[in-house]
Design a protein around this ligand. Structure first.
Ligand code: FCB
Length: 439
């Protein structure tokens, strides 16, 4: 495989999914604490109160990452640890935790990738309308100011938001994530406010950084028609238009895609005249989260884009019911590069959930190794074709709280025994560590 010399190899996590310690050192509540308080929202009735106890075990976790040869680690900062009320009062103990984390990583030569928002909005801001309220964008900019001023160039890269598409659509339309709304008009307004938050945060981060890269992380998947009927082809085009182009266009072209805008009809967001310029900030990089593709059929019973996902019989599926489709990663990378001309791209998340079992102290997960091998090969092919890729961060470092699926989905390179917090490197982790070392 073909990877540049300084390429980053590592893994990713997010605050609520691994930290635990939700009531420690002055952390305020977030919408995920609230969402989990209704047990039926989470498939196993669980929550992130303890999770992987990374808040206390980060030292050992960093040591283990270093042993695996990582030179990068992506984590997120919990906004409610830094500003427990969402705005105003800064909590020094919250900043101190991320100081320990960042300094611990740097001491081991691991480049910190810091995400400011991985879905844990402070509850007091939700009480004022959450992302449906334009003010939340300015609250986020204040938070970005605090983080940028404090960490400056100590981190390698900042991402303002993780998967704003998912935060908007899964949290406000599908209702499967916090805050659990099911309103498409609200969803599109939320997505727009997230874009404003991003633009304003980029400006604040720029004011405090010289070398640190500033960007955003988006989830993407190709949409493929399951047959060649023109209505199916159109459904795939519009489905992908919502999933991929809606935010990429506004971020990099300065407007929403006209075909999708028209498809949404009266539900399109309210946009102020100056918004597009604020959103379209020059970025140093773009993180891409890739898991699978969508294979769709036209279904007139469904609202726009009339796309129903169907199964690819014969393909391998994960326990998330996501198809193994490594070619899609190469496709997405080539398409983003050609269409948007981003300076640098990196894989911010890529991985697979499987029904892992511990047998005699080991976890044999050949399918996960196959997943990583084939997706790394896709990244390598994209590099050969000239896509400016700089890193690959596997999702995830360890099994963790998988949102609405609780602890039922195991995405980790490390198996976590939640009763003892013992970590075991799965076979795929040994494979990944060898891959990194033998390059
Ligand atoms: C992504 C999220 C990440 C994790 C993976 C499986 O959408 O960013 O937190 O849940 O999916």
């Amino acid at each position: 495989m073909n990877f540049p010399k300084n390429f980053h190899f590592g893994s990713a996590t997010s605050a609520y999914q691994v930290e635990g310690a939700v009531n420690e050192d002055g952390r305020g509540p977030s919408i995920w604490d609230d969402f989990c308080a209704t047990p039926s929202n989470i498939r196993d009735g669980s929550d992130g109160r303890v999770a992987c106890d990374h808040y206390h075990r980060y030292g050992d976790d960093i040591a283990r990452m270093a042993e695996m040869g990582f030179n990068a680690y992506r984590f997120s900062v919990a906004w409610p640890r830094i500003l427990p009320e969402g705005r105003g009062r800064i909590n020094p103990a919250g900043l101190a935790f991320y100081d320990r984390l960042v300094d611990g990583l740097l001491a081991k030569g691991i480049a910190p990738y810091l995400t400011l928002y991985h879905w844990d909005l402070p509850s007091p801001l939700q009480a004022q309308g959450g992302w449906g309220n334009r003010e939340t964008a300015w609250a986020f900019a204040e938070y970005a100011e605090v983080i940028g001023r404090h960490f400056g160039d100590r981190v390698h890269a900042y991402a303002t938001l993780n998967e704003p598409r998912c935060a908007a659509f899964v949290g406000h339309y599908e209702g499967r994530h916090a805050p659990g709304a099911t309103d498409l008009r609200l969803t599109l307004q939320v997505a727009h406010h997230l874009m404003l938050a991003h633009g304003a945060a980029v400006q604040r981060l720029r004011a405090h950084t010289q070398t640190a890269k500033v960007g955003i992380v988006l989830d993407m998947k190709p949409y493929h028609p399951a047959n060649d009927h023109p209505l199916t082809v159109r459904a795939a085009e519009m489905g992908g238009g919502i999933f991929n182009r809606w935010l990429l266009d506004v971020l990099f072209k300065g407007h929403y895609p006209p075909d999708v805008w028209e498809g949404f009809g009266p539900l399109v967001p309210h946009v102020e005249a100056e918004d597009y310029a604020l959103i379209q900030q020059p970025l140093d990089n773009l993180g891409i989260n890739y898991y699978t593709r969508a294979l769709v059929e036209y279904d007139p019973e469904l609202p726009f884009p009339h796309a129903r996902e169907v199964r690819n019989e014969g393909a391998i599926y994960s326990t998330m019911n996501w198809e193994f489709y490594p070619e899609g990663l190469e496709e997405i990378l080539g398409w983003v590069h050609r269409t948007y001309g981003v300076k640098e791209l990196y894989i911010a998340e890529n991985g697979v959930a499987l029904a892992d079992e511990v047998v005699d102290g080991r976890v044999h997960d050949p399918l996960r190794t196959q997943y990583y091998q084939t997706h790394l090969a896709a990244v390598s092919r994209a590099i050969t074709q000239g896509v400016p890729l700089t890193g690959y961060l596997a999702w995830s470092l360890m099994d963790n709280f998988e949102w609405g699926q609780g602890y039922l989905q195991r995405f980790g390179l490390w198996h976590v025994d939640y009763a003892t917090q013992e970590r075991i490197l799965k076979d795929s982790a040994h494979w990944y560590a060898d891959f990194i070392k033998n390059r």
